[in-house]
Design a protein around this ligand. Sequence first.
Ligand code: NAD
Length: 483
Amino acid sequence: MAGGDQDYPDVKLLIGNEWIDAVASKTYVVVNPATEKELGHAAMASEADLEAAVASAVSGFEHWRDVSPYDRSAIMRRAANLLRERATGIARLLTLEQGKPVGEAMAEIGVAADTIDWFAEEGRRAYGRVVPSRAVGTQQLVLKEPIGPVAAFTPWNFPLNQAARKIAAALAAGCSVVAKPAEETPACVAELAKAFCDAGLPAGVLNLVFGVPSEISSYLISHPAIRKISFTGSTAVGKKLSALAGEHMKRSTMELGGHAPVLVFADADVATAAAAMAQAKFRNAGQICISPTRFVVHRSISEQFADLFAEAARTMRLGDGLVPGTEMGPLASERRLQAVGALVSDAVEQGAVLRAGGRRHGNIGYFYEPTVLSDVPTTAKAMNEEPFGPVALIRSFDSVDEAIAEANRLSYGLAAFAYTQSNNIVLDLSNRIQAGMVSINGNLLALPELPFGGVKDSGYGSEGGSEAMEAYMNTKLVKVSRL
Ligand code: NAD
């Protein structure tokens, strides 16, 4: 189709290993968040396309479930290697449609390839067990079976890696997938799917659809052939999808929003904590579910911490992610720009002190300045809703109990961070912080071998570690007795 960036491909649906236009020939426009210019088009699935994708996943599953884990693993490892070989081109697409600095895009592709490799091997270790019987001559086998065709809904913040996690775990377990990537970032996920197809993935095992999210999710979740749902996105949408999954008795994994507290105690190395957390905060323009957000700092060091953080924010280089030296790109969409701006204005109106940033950067592209607010009242909306942007919120505390109470105050429970040298405080935090992941004296990295998931309103299930494969498998008991 005419218009757009000449390096950006028009993206089609993937059904039965064929790249096809939507039956109704509908498309939508994909926009570069750094320039607000049209990049290209992606196909928009209607119900007929979704039905075809499910039928394809059903036949793909019938075949794939019987491919040995050893052979599945070989195909997956080839796909991982193809991703590595093609990383430079894919990173460019990822940056064009998502905005992050191209170095971050390269790193994301590296982690995605690593994730596929890890699940490829984990699939070969999906052991069942034999339970000793109470009766002689009876065997009790606990078998692991793939759950069936999966519907996977993935977001735009780590578009390639979030899709790789769900797809790799499902494929390793022997499941087929209908994936719906975020509308904003279709091309890089299409490249991921191409790597799988080129690696020899049989037809129908992986299918990609794009379109109106609510239409696709209601169709797929209620479809009897789909046996498992996995969603990464906001808590509000996750609650709707898990309610629908419950109605249709579908197993689901929900990786939802977070509002990570960072507790910095009086004995911490303030400069180290501020530098590491500023880097983590502004990575991907703060659009990370485990992004450090509520900085709860001991009163004796809070002024120093806020000064160091604000200095780090002011020196960040904003720009187009394709320009060398860019440290932070734009927000992913105009919607995010409006949402982040409104949260910052509300906090300032409620008495927060603006230490850095606090406004849109330039007037082309969805750039928002790295922002640091201190003395933020807990009534500010940003202290309660996930900002999902480059905004650090700082408050001070006096006692350990007060810090832990603030960490646990919200209904979110995804990630939490702390800086301290006290063994007793570490023990207290390990026991009392309500979060799926707690990182002490360092940054939290989402590695394939580590569990990744939340508690409370941040969802349930895990996207990493051996727990992630379990989510795609049924447990079947087979009891065999001698006649
Ligand atoms: P949004 O809620 O409109 O969309 C978020 C994601 O959910 C998108 O990928 C979208 O395609 C998908 N989605 C929305 N409605 C859906 C539905 N009915 N069925 C299936 N998928 C649906 O919000 P947004 O403005 O794009 O992003 C803002 C919020 O999304 C953030 O505040 C954050 O909480 C959340 N988010 C979380 C993650 C994460 O990693 N957990 C990633 C991206 C966005």
